[in-house]
Design a binder for this molecule. Structure first.
Ligand code: BGC
Length: 545
C-alpha cells in the first residue's frame, strides 16, 4: 500500500543532491543539471521517493550557493532555467518529487537589493531591507553588538558610504558576503512569497528552508553575552517566525499537489520544534539530535523516544548532510562529534562502514520519513586531506585556516571505477572540483552495482523492502527488550521488527523470527556486534527473549 497522497512527506525517503558534487554533464568538473538529469534513473532504481536539491540559484558561490544573487535564476555553472524546469518534469516522470532549497535568512552581497542598499546610504528604504546600524565607540569603529558569525569572527561588517567615508555596519550571521535580510520589513515578506510562487508555478514539490529558525531577530539587537545557558538567543526561534510560516503554509496549501515545507533548525532540545510542527506551519523539520547522537544504544533509544514522544514522526531521521562529517567516519571514531574540524587518520573506516550499514537499517525502520545524503549509499567517507589551497568552504578562511570546514563531505561522487575522475564528468572533461581518494575506485556506483554485499545493494534492498511493507498503517513503535542494554530492538505494525546490536558480542535473534535483511553476515544464527537485522515476527512479538 502506498502513502495517501496528502501524507507523502510523512514516510518519504528523500535523497539529498548536493548538485555541484553529484554528476557533471558539461565537463567543467562541477556537477550540474545535465549530470543530475542523466542520473535520475539511478535515483529511481535506488528507491528514493523525492530529491532535495541544495541551492541552484545564481550565486557568486561564496558559500556554495547559499549566497543567492537572484532567486529566480539558475547559476550558469549548473545550467539554465529551462533545464531546471525540464529537470523537475523529468524527475516527476520517474516518480521522484523535487524539494528545492530556499534561503530566506540572507542573500548575496551581489543581490540587487544589497548593491542598492550600499549605494543609497543610511536611512534609506533600501537599507531597511537589511540590518544596517551605526557602530559603537567614539567614531563608530566597533560593531553594533557582540554577535558572532556562525563561520567565525564578528557578525557585522562596516561599509564605506557613497562619499567614501567609513560608515554603518550590516549584520551577517554567516559570511560577510551573506547579508541578513530584515524580516520586519513587509517588502522582504512579499518578495519571498513571490519567489515561492515562482517555483511552485514550476511544479516544485516543496522547500527545505535554510536556517529556518534565524529569520526573525529581536529588533533591539541586544548583546548575547551573559545569556544563561540554554536561553533563546536574540536571533533564533523568535515568536515572529510563526506568522511567516503560517503564511507560507497557506500559500503552499493554495496549490494542488501537497507541497511541503521542511525546516532546517538546529534547536535544542528537539522539543522546541513542536510549535512549528503543530499543523499550520511546517510539515517536517530535520531530527538533528538523531544525526548528532553517538553510536550508543542508550543515547539513540533516548533520542528516538523523545522525538516520537514529543513531535511524533514529524522530524525526519537524518544521518548526514552537506554540513557535517559523514557518518561513516563519525561512527569509526571514538569521539563521534559532527564538528567541522577533521581528525585525520583517527577513524577506523572498516568499523565505520559496519556501523553505517547498521545505522541505515535502523533509520529506515523508524516511523516517519528519512533523508539520505548523496554518497552514503556508496559508503563514502569524509575526505580529510584536501589540500588547503583547494578548500572552498568559507569557514576555512574565516577561521584563519584553523577549521577546515565542510568540503570533506562534498567531494564529487565516484560513478565508474575505471574512468578519469571516476566518471564524475564526461570523457575528456575537466577534473572534479575536489580530488577524490584513490580508494573510492572500489566504491564507484558501477563497481557496486553487481555486488550483493555492497553498500549500494544494501540500500537498494532496504528501500525495496520498505516500499513493500505497509510502514504507513500507523507510527507505532514498540520497544522490545532483548537481553542486554546494548541492543536496540523494536517492533512495528505488520509483523516487523528491527534489532541492532551495539555490544561487543553476538546476541541471539528472537525465537521464530525470519530475517528479511541484515546489515552483515550472521554469526551462527546470532546477530554480531555493530550489525542490524530486519525481521518478520509473529503477530505478537515477544517483548523479551
Ligand atoms: C546550510 C549551510 C549554509 C548555511 C548558511 C546552512 O544551514 O545548510 O550549508 O552554509 O545555512 O546559508
Amino acid at each position: 500500500m502506498g502513502a495517501p497522497e496528502a501524507a507523502w512527506h510523512h514516510t518519504a525517503v528523500v535523497y539529498q543532491v548536493y548538485l555541484r558534487s553529484f554528476a557533471d554533464g558539461s565537463g567543467d568538473g562541477i556537477g550540474d543539471l545535465a549530470g543530475l538529469t542523466a542520473r535520475l534513473p539511478y535515483l529511481r532504481d535506488l528507491g528514493a521517493d523525492a530529491i532535495w536539491l541544495n541551492p541552484w540559484y545564481r550565486s557568486p558561490m561564496a558559500d556554495g550557493g547559499y549566497d543567492v544573487a537572484d532567486y529566480r535564476a539558475i547559476d550558469p555553472l549548473f545550467g539554465t532555467l529551462a533545464e531546471a524546469g525540464a529537470l523537475i518534469q523529468s524527475a516527476h516522470a520517474e516518480r521522484l518529487r523535487v524539494i528545492l532549497d530556499i534561503v530566506p535568512n540572507h542573500c548575496s552581497e551581489q543581490h540587487r537589493w544589497f548593491t542598492a542598499a550600499l549605494a543609497a546610504g543610511p536611512g534609506s528604504a533600501e537599507r531597511a531591507r537589511f540590518w544596517f546600524r551605526p557602530g559603537r565607540g567614539a567614531s563608530g569603529e566597533l560593531p553594533p553588538n557582540d554577535w558572532m558569525s556562525m563561520f567565525g569572527g564578528p557578525a557585522w561588517t562596516r561599509v564605506s558610504e557613497p562619499d567614501g567615508r567609513p560608515g554603518q555596519w550590516y549584520l551577517h550571521l554567516y559570511a560577510p558576503q551573506q547579508p541578513d535580510l530584515n524580516w520586519e520589513n513587509p517588502e522582504v515578506r512579499a518578495e519571498f512569497e513571490e519567489v515561492l510562487r515562482f517555483w511552485l508555478d514550476r511544479d516544485a514539490d516543496g522547500f527545505r528552508i535554510d536556517v529556518a529558525d534565524f529569520l526573525v531577530k529581536d529588533p533591539a539587537l541586544p548583546d548575547a553575552a551573559g545569556l544563561p545557558a540554554g536561553a533563546r538567543r536574540p536571533w533564533e526561534d523568535q515568536d515572529g517566525l510563526h506568522d511567516i510560516y503560517r503564511s507560507w503554509r497557506r500559500l503552499l496549501d493554495s496549490y494542488h499537489g501537497n507541497r511541503v515545507l521542511v525546516g532546517e533548525m538546529w534547536l535544542k532540545p528537539l522539543t522546541r520544534l513542536r510549535p512549528y510542527l503543530a499543523g499550520d506551519q511546517l510539515h517536517t523539520a530535520f531530527n538533528f539530535d538523531f544525526l548528532g547522537a553517538p553510536w550508543d544504544a542508550a543515547r539513540l533509544r533516548q533520542v528516538i523516544g523523545t522525538a516520537l514522544g514529543s513531535i511524533g514522526a514529524a522530524a525526519p531521521w537524518v544521518l548526514s548532510n552537506h554540513d557535517v562529517t559523514r557518518h561513516l567516519t563519525r561512527y569509526g571514531r571514538t569521539s563521534t562529534g559532527t564538528g567541522w574540524q577533521p581528525d585525520p587518520g583517527s577513524a577506523d573506516l572498516a568499523l565505520g562502514t559496519r556501523r553505517a550499514r547498521a545505522a541505515v537499517l535502523l533509520s529506515l525502520a523508524l516511523p516517519g520519513s528519512s533523508y539520505l545524503y548523496q554518497g552514503e549509499e556508496l559508503g563514502l567517507w569524509e575526505v580529510e586531506d584536501i589540500p588547503g589551497e583547494l578548500i572552498a568552504d568559507p569557514i576555512y578562511e574565516r577561521s584563519g585556516h584553523r577549521i577546515r570546514g565542510r568540503d570533506g563531505c562534498r567531494v564529487p561522487l565516484p560513478w565508474q571505477p575505471d574512468a578519469p575522475g571516476f566518471g564524475f564528468g564526461p570523457a575528456g572533461g575537466g577534473a572534479p572540483w575536489l580530488p577524490q581518494p584513490a580508494a573510492w575506485r572500489q566504491l564507484a556506483a558501477a563497481a557496486q552495482a553487481g555486488d550483493p554485499d555492497s553498500m549500494l545493494a544494501l540500500y537498494r534492498a532496504a528501500l525495496r523492502l520498505r516500499a513493500d511493507r505497509d510502514c504507513l498503517a500507523d507510527d507505532t513503535l514498540t520497544w522490545l527488550t532483548p537481553a542486554g542494554d546494548a541492543v536496540l530492538a523494536f517492533s512495528r505494525p505488520g509483523q516487523f521488527a528491527c534489532m541492532v546490536n551495539f555490544s561487543a558480542a553476538a546476541v541471539p535473534l528472537p525465537p521464530d523470527a525470519e530475517v528479511l535483511l541484515a546489515s552483515g553476515p550472521l554469526d551462527d544464527g546470532k546477530l554480531p556486534s555493530d550489525t542490524a537485522a530486519w525481521l518478520r515476527t509473529g503477530d505478537q512479538p515477544t517483548s523479551a527473549w
